[in-house]
Design a protein around this ligand. Structure first.
Ligand SMILES: C[S@@+](CC[C@H](N)C(=O)[O-])C[C@H]1O[C@@H](n2cnc3c(N)ncnc32)[C@H](O)[C@@H]1O
Length: 203
């Protein structure tokens, strides 16, 4: 997926998920689980490939101290505007999720969220992202990945469970759950997203 071009021409169908009740209900339940038994502030959260900041802002509203990183300037401009309208605080970094430390991302993140970067990476970038997340995540961190399965379809490569486990070698998959993400009918038929949440904790 060429994200720079996508944002330039205003093609960002993943943002529609934020107004699709089944998806929103599931992502809320996924966040609830990480907050269970705690009171806000919940700690530091990192939103990888934050895009226009939709989920970074949601986490900030819930009481997380959020950093969002993306490599597309236009996406981050839209994110800044959303943050201003929401009246919350989110720190944005322009950089590559496969080189978090080089981008100036610090450590101690209790929650690392990825709603759509890892599953489009080749093996080299998957490995780099896993290594970087391992370096910046807190000892008790949770990693949440939204992943389309690996299959022969256009636009998004997809990733298999074994690829996730290989990239996050020091982590174990604790849960795999349907995200209830839907695309418009024709795109759904062509792309077959069948998207799942993967939850990982350190071994
Ligand atoms: C499918 S979009 C999801 C955006 C956002 N997380 C959401 O759910 O609305 C994937 C995002 O990851 C960003 N991205 C892809 N590869 C990246 C990389 N190597 N480093 C930083 N951002 C990246 C894209 O620019 C895009 O904003």
């Amino acid at each position: 997926m060429n994200y720079r071009l996508a944002y330039r021409i205003g093609f960002h169908p993943w943002e529609d998920a934020a107004t699709d009740p089944p998806f929103v209900e599931k992502i809320s339940a996924v966040f609830d689980r990480e907050e269970q038994g705690r009171q806000p502030p919940f700690g530091r959260a990192l939103d990888l490939g934050t895009g226009s900041g939709i989920w970074a802002i949601e986490l900030a509203k819930r009481g997380w101290q959020v950093t969002g990183i993306d490599f597309v300037a236009k996406a981050l401009l839209r994110a800044q505007e959303r943050v201003r309208q929401a009246g919350v605080q989110v720190q944005f970094v322009r950089g590559d999720v496969t080189a978090l430390r080089a981008a100036g991302v610090s450590s101690g993140y209790r929650l690392v969220l990825d709603t759509g970067t890892f599953h489009d990476f080749d093996t080299e970038r998957q490995t780099a992202m896993g290594r970087e997340v391992d370096a910046i995540a807190a000892p008790d961190a949770t990693v949440l990945l939204l992943v389309w399965p690996k299959r022969r379809r256009p636009l998004i490569r997809g990733a298999s469970r074994s690829e996730i486990e290989a990239a996050f070698a020091g982590w174990k998959v604790t849960d795999v759950e349907a995200s209830h993400f839907r695309l418009p009918k024709l795109m759904e038929l062509v792309l077959k997203p069948d998207e799942h949440w993967y939850r990982l904790r350190r071994k």
